[in-house]
Design a protein around this ligand. Structure first.
Ligand SMILES: [Zn+2]
Length: 154
């Protein structure tokens, strides 16, 4: 069995935080970082044990479409493998049917490579930046200074 850590890697945590920043009202019911006791006994060698895996809830109605994310993350060098809707993808091996007990219909599982745990660069760059960042940038430009007209009484 893989030893179970107390905290997930920054890269795994970043997946959920960045998805929430892009879509604050997204459904999180199937989100997951660290394994439950049941998960540990069922999948003793899961990457969730080491904090190098994350489950992201599929919520296409609110912009977190795991079909799209599954395809796009095939380009991300941090990905060790992906599982969604009965398929598993690994670099160099392509899509294969996933035969584990959970077909992953409600969430996308992302396993992260051992040397990428600290890499928190954007996971969803094609979805754009979160709205709060755009607001800060818009407020930076100062208004041009106007000369005060001389008062007629002086
Ligand atoms: Zn998982």
């Amino acid at each position: 069995m893989k030893p179970v850590v107390k905290k997930a890697t920054p890269a795994a945590i970043a997946v959920l935080r960045q998805a929430t920043a892009i879509s604050p009202n997204r459904v999180k019911a199937s989100d997951g970082l660290l394994p439950s006791a049941a998960h540990i006994s069922q999948s003793p060698n899961s990457d969730h044990n080491t904090g190098f895996a994350v489950d992201l809830t599929h919520d296409s109605a609110r912009g977190i479409d795991c079909h799209e994310i599954y395809d796009k993350l095939k380009e991300d060098k941090r990905v060790k493998y992906l599982i969604f809707k009965g398929l598993i993808w690994m670099p160099g091996k392509g899509d294969k049917s996933y035969t584990g007990s959970n077909p992953h219909n409600k969430h996308l599982h992302i396993s992260i490579k051992d040397n990428c745990g600290d890499d928190t660069s954007p996971w969803f760059p094609w979805l754009g930046k979160p709205k709060t960042i755009n607001k800060v940038k818009a407020a930076v430009k100062p208004l041009p200074k106007k000369k005060e007209p001389a008062s007629p009484k002086e």
